[in-house]
Write a protein that binds this ligand. Structure first.
Ligand SMILES: Nc1nc2c(ncn2[C@@H]2O[C@H](COP(=O)(O)OP(=O)(O)O)[C@@H](O)[C@H]2O)c(=O)[nH]1
Ligand SMILES: [Mg+2]
Length: 246
């Protein structure tokens, strides 16, 4: 695989305005990455566009799924695909430019400096969110406070979806036991890694609302995140630190 050691997984559902631009931007951002698009049979033809991209670049791959099944399920399919191959690091990233591809190298650098999971944070040392409605900012900030109060997890942006896993973290999960599928999925994956004692780091990111296409966020996703936090806390007996730590 030469210099390639990182897979950037990008789930897509109706992203025809963004997919070509994001592919170019990610490939240009780092010589170390491949992309895997995980498309849930988007009605707008995003899956066909992803196929066309794979023919143009051997650094771009696509996984097609039959129907819209949520972000978490798409990522798990991508994680399994990554683990069948030799990637050392696996990233999560949205297709809509809310996550700036130029930040990709900072995640890999932070992992190489001795972390197992690196989370892009909008909220460490200030708030860096552009063009989001105030309601969504409050929801996201509220979720961060809620997660911290209930679990004690020392992560400033637990619902964020721009992150990088060391392969060993993904190998440690039992994907059949993952319950949540939306923002709760991000909280659940990070909480599990933290409980197992993996080293978690944060890099500051600027988050900008999408300019093209539409959000797939729904009320159900919010309810799911609310209960999943309690499930995680209860399942771990309200333990507020990783195993083996005093
Ligand atoms: N494959 C797949 N991708 C999804 C699904 N839901 C959302 N996405 C993708 O996940 C990313 C984040 O979704 P988005 O709608 O921007 O959520 P928001 O940023 O929270 O409003 C985008 O790249 C979407 O195309 C899904 O059910 N399946
Ligand atoms: Mg978005």
């Amino acid at each position: 695989m030469n210099d390639i050691d990182t897979l950037v997984i990008i789930p897509t559902y109706n992203e025809k305005e963004n997919i070509n631009k994001i592919a170019t931007a990610v490939v240009d951002a780092s010589p170390h990455v491949h992309i895997l698009f995980v498309d849930d049979n988007s009605p707008d033809g995003t899956g066909d566009m992803a196929d066309a991209l794979t023919r143009r670049s051997d650094r771009i791959h696509v996984l097609h799924r039959t129907s819209k099944d949520g972000l978490g399920r798409a990522y798990i399919a991508g994680f399994r695909w990554a683990l069948e191959r030799d990637y050392k690091f696996v990233m999560e990233m949205d297709c809509d430019f809310s996550h700036d591809p130029a930040a990709i190298p900072s995640f890999r650098d932070k992992i190489l400096a001795g972390h197992d999971l690196v989370i892009g944070s909008r909220y460490c040392g200030g708030i860096r969110v552009l063009n989001w409605p105030m309601s969504r900012l409050l929801l996201s900030r509220g979720a961060a406070v809620y997660v911290h109060l209930i679990t004690g997890m020392p992560v400033s942006d637990p619902t964020g979806g721009f992150k990088c896993f060391r392969r060993e973290v993904l190998e440690s999960y039992d994907f059949d036991q993952v319950k949540a599928n939306g923002y709760g999925f991000q909280i659940e994956m990070t909480h599990k890694a933290w409980m197992k004692g993996f080293r978690i780091g944060e890099v500051p990111i600027v988050f900008e609302d999408r300019q093209e296409g539409t959000s797939k966020m729904s009320g159900n996703i919010i309810y799911e995140a609310l209960w999943v936090v309690w499930t995680l806390a209860i399942r771990n007996g309200f333990r507020r630190k990783p195993k083996g730590k005093k």
